[in-house]
Design a protein around this ligand. Sequence first.
Ligand code: FAD
Length: 455
Amino acid sequence: MSAAVTAAESGARVIVLDEYAKPGGQFFKRTGDGFAVAPKWLTREHARGEALRGKLDHPNITVLTRALVWGRFDDRVMVAHEGHSKSIYGKALVIATGAYDRPVAFPGWTLPGVLTAGGAQTLAKSQWVKPGRRMLLAGAGPFLLPVALSLLRADVSIAALVEATRPIEWLPHLGSLWGQWPRFSEAWEYKDNLRRTGVPTLYGHKIVRALGEKRVEGAVIAKVDRKWRAIPGSERTIEVDAIATGYGFLANIELAASSGCELRFDEHARTWFVKCTPAMATNKAGVFVAGEITGIGGSALALEEGRIAGLSAAEFAGTLTAHAADEQRRQPIWQRARLERFANALNALFGPRPGLWEFLTDDMTVCRCEEVKAKEIAACIANGATTTKSIKDWTRAGMGLCEGRICRGMVGEILARDRDVALCSIPFPSVRPPIKPVPFSTLLQDDSQSESIAS
Ligand SMILES: Cc1cc2nc3c(=O)[nH]c(=O)nc-3n(C[C@H](O)[C@H](O)[C@H](O)COP(=O)(O)OP(=O)(O)OC[C@H]3O[C@@H](n4cnc5c(N)ncnc54)[C@H](O)[C@@H]3O)c2cc1C
């Protein structure tokens, strides 16, 4: 939204393509159609989201929602929309496909009632559905705080918030966090809510098992060492009927990767992002990026990057002079650098540590779609597999409906561990269109001739 509004205000004609029913992404997610929410329950970001969404009502902007971009060929993006496949041409393209929760396997993680933190938040925030009556939130990092608040607002009782880091570990990062007062005040507000509702925070702990036969009936947590390895003998059981885990995000880079954009590996986040210049340009002429696909940094950073990418796209499309673009990019580029320092500090502090993968052994299901276990992947590596692609070919791990989004990271961790190589040496698998499942009936309804043109 930020990129579209900026580009449109710079004279470009813009088409916004969004897979969701309403534009706004994760942070400015709207409550679903048909839900009436009392004003007191609206989150602090609601008004900001509505204001930005309102700006999309611009003569230069066309918004297509429920429009899934499933690939890019040359200078056209392929879109599945209303049961038809269309190709849309644009002189410039901004990719801002966001991120999704990092899935983490532990005993019992496939039981009904185990969710990711973002999934639990989405249910509570946009549907007013309670993922459970009494929940445990486990993970690392500040994202657990807004999730807890969304769940409390949906009348879910939270037994405990289990945070893998300890406050003492935050001290060395205070220098980089210094000056980020709006972020601190946001965190304080969330923490205060938890305190007032009596939700305990257990630092230096993680979830080690979900209990239950047919669904979650409890959770076992344990103290962890600095590498997040469970300390034997420190386990304790908490009675809950749902568990949400939030150990950070993975970027949704498939569209950018399949478009030929160069990627970069981030050591702290232990995953791949799209490489870009300060002007948010990729190595592909006319393709710009913004938001979480360039690095996990939260909504404020994504908004600034959107502004920069919008200006650069308008410049590339020829509606803004290079001089004007340079001038207008200066301030958001400065803001971005400031916010990025903060994001880097958070990623260094809360990024995954080796103990998070200690359960990836033996009978642990790693690929849920194809039901592939850790020992099958290990056997495949022992037989010579060196890439996630070869493991996929041999075991089917990553070949299901999620196309590897759930298991790919964990397969990479097993590969790095068993081959004793750095995770960054394992390449991101090549992505081919369609980047997400599209019905054949849609592909057959090919409207590519009646293309729209964005300048
Ligand atoms: C579940 C969840 C909850 C979050 N909550 C918070 C929070 O409370 N506070 C915070 O600071 N950050 C939160 N984040 C982090 C959040 O991603 C960023 O703060 C911010 O939303 C990033 O903006 P973005 O534009 O990069 O991505 P997003 O906001 O995720 O937007 C990506 C958009 O791309 C669209 N899209 C993706 N792929 C396609 C495709 N192939 N075709 C068409 N459209 C596509 C999606 O529909 C979506 O609208 C959350 C992230 C997740 C995953």
